[in-house]
Design a protein around this ligand. Structure first.
Ligand SMILES: Cc1ncc(COP(=O)(O)O)c(C=O)c1O
Length: 385
């Protein structure tokens, strides 16, 4: 047999499918129900008018709806995302040149690596950071170098120590898993660094609208000069609970957007038109549910803090990044407390000693899970509550 390319061998284990398998095995072995606080899967459905728009569109018996959708997305959808960027994030986008429609940001974060990095190039990833970035590097045949996120600096990236010959720098705020909003000055520093080094920046804004304690969403593209060096990924998954519908955008730098569009022309044939029509309804219709969803996660954050300790830092996203007491691991909590958390080391070496708890969990389950965890934290950090 001919030798196969090593592309797939370079891929890490898919972190979340591995985690699901461990939770299933623990449940099967011990019988007792495991409370799964490991997965970040939105538990609140999209607003009803968005579902209605999907259904109404799907009922149209036309080729425009059921045939191949336009390769590069419906113009109305690109105008809707541009209007949102203008009105909510204070960013001007040209819908024709600066917006690419993609089936979710998970796909896009791989495509950006493919269109920007040559085999062997360096891609800089946050540590801790979302595990799928590592998959993007592997599929591009690039080389991964981690940039430390510094807890003392609000989990901002330490670019001083980063190699200056990188092809792309990945950033993500509000961050998964650290639940941190972007520290002041971090975007401006990244833009200046990219101008100096020639690297591109990809900012993953998947949790952009989920910011707590009265903060306002902050787009990377609102930073002066950002559009010259980078793009942002916006997702319909978290702001509107449309994770299963698979829709997102790559917005910003026109040259990078054109490259993603070109790659998409070769590997995809558009996104199902009713999904795009429903996204137009989501982006242009009433926006109350975005705030309601954010407030729900914020209330759940407060429940976790009340049970586990007011020291827990969580500024946005739908996660809490827990520093584990000494000698406690996420695996031990799964086996001994029957609570699944996402182990921190899966997000990078600097995640060791931490675990990620998901707030995308119904209130009763969340309460049950944190009640099981509380004694562990109470004995390790007495007096913190
Ligand atoms: C940081 C981050 N980026 C991207 C994604 C993928 O989102 P999408 O549903 O748009 O593919 C996720 C999903 O959990 C995420 O946590």
């Amino acid at each position: 047999m001919r030798p196969r390319p090593d592309r797939l061998e370079r891929l890490p284990e898919q972190y979340f499918s591995g985690l699901l398998a461990r939770v299933a095995a623990a449940t099967a072995e011990h019988g007792e129900e495991v409370v799964d606080l490991g997965r970040g899967n939105p538990d609140v459905p999209p607003p009803p008018h968005v579902v209605e728009a999907l259904v109404a569109s799907a009922r149209e018996p036309t080729a425009l709806v059921h045939g191949y959708a336009p390769f590069r997305g419906l113009p109305a959808l690109k105008e809707a995302i541009a209007a949102r960027y203008r009105d909510v994030y204070g960013v001007d986008l040209d819908p024709g040149r600066e917006v690419a429609v993609v089936p979710g940001s998970k796909t896009a974060l791989i495509e950006v690596a493919l269109v920007l990095a040559e085999r062997g190039d360096t891609i800089l990833l946050p540590d801790p950071g979302y595990p799928d970035y590592t998959s993007a590097v592997a599929l591009a045949g690039a080389q991964e170098v981690r940039v430390a996120l510094d807890p003392a600096a609000g989990w901002g990236p330490d670019l001083g120590a980063a190699p200056r010959d990188a092809a792309v720098l990945y950033l993500n705020y509000p961050s998964n898993p650290c639940a941190a909003c972007v520290p002041d000055g971090a975007f401006a520093e990244a833009v200046a660094w990219a101008h100096e080094t020639g690297a591109a920046v990809l900012h993953d804004f998947a949790y952009g609208d989920l910011v707590f304690d009265g903060r306002r969403p902050r787009s990377f593209l609102a930073t002066p000069g950002a559009k010259d060096v980078g793009v942002e990924l916006f997702s319909m998954s978290k702001s509107y609970g449309m994770a299963g519908w698979r829709l997102g955008f790559v917005v910003g730098n026109a040259e990078i957007v054109a490259r993603v569009n070109l790659l998409s022309d070769h590997v995809r044939a558009g996104v199902f038109a009713p999904v795009q029509e429903a996204a137009v309804a989501a982006l242009t219709g009433p926006q109350e549910t975005v705030a309601e969803r954010r407030d729900l996660y914020e209330r759940r954050r407060d429940r976790v803090r009340a049970a586990l300790g007011s020291h827990l830092r969580c500024e946005g996203s739908f996660y809490v990044w827990l520093e584990l007491p000494p000698n406690v691991t996420a695996d031990a909590l799964l086996l001994e407390r029957r609570v699944a958390l996402a182990p921190g080391e899966g997000f990078g070496a600097r995640g060791a000693g931490f675990a990620r708890l998901s707030l995308a969990t119904a209130d009763d389950l969340l309460d049950e899970g944190v009640a099981r965890l509380a004694p562990v934290f109470a004995s390790a950090y007495p007096g913190l509550r």
